[in-house]
Design a protein around this ligand. Structure first.
Ligand SMILES: [Zn+2]
Length: 89
């Protein structure tokens, strides 16, 4: 029987082949949920699902799409917001 905290489903099991040739089970932390749109709460595309420590090491251009409101709004909400702003002027 493995240690008590490893029996929890909060850790995921990964089968890893070790240099000796055998396959062992490693326990890793799960990935966080995907980023959501601030307006319609749809899951944002182009944003990696990684743990915060890995996100800090990642380049800024790999963390969100390079457009206005990239990483905050989905493309549809961004378009409608810009159209709304132009029409209200
Ligand atoms: Zn949206």
């Amino acid at each position: 029987m493995v240690e008590r905290f490893k029996r929890s489903r909060s850790l995921r099991k990964v089968k890893v082949k070790v240099p000796g040739g055998s396959t062992v089970v490693h326990y890793r932390r799960r990935k966080p949920k995907g980023a959501k749109c601030g307006n319609c709460s749809a899951t944002l595309k182009g944003i990696p699902r990684e743990r915060p420590i890995k996100m800090t090491k990642m380049a800024k251009t790999k963390k969100r799409p390079e457009r206005p409101y990239g990483g905050n709004l989905c493309s549809r909400c961004m378009r409608s917001l810009i159209v709304e702003r132009v029409r209200s002027q």
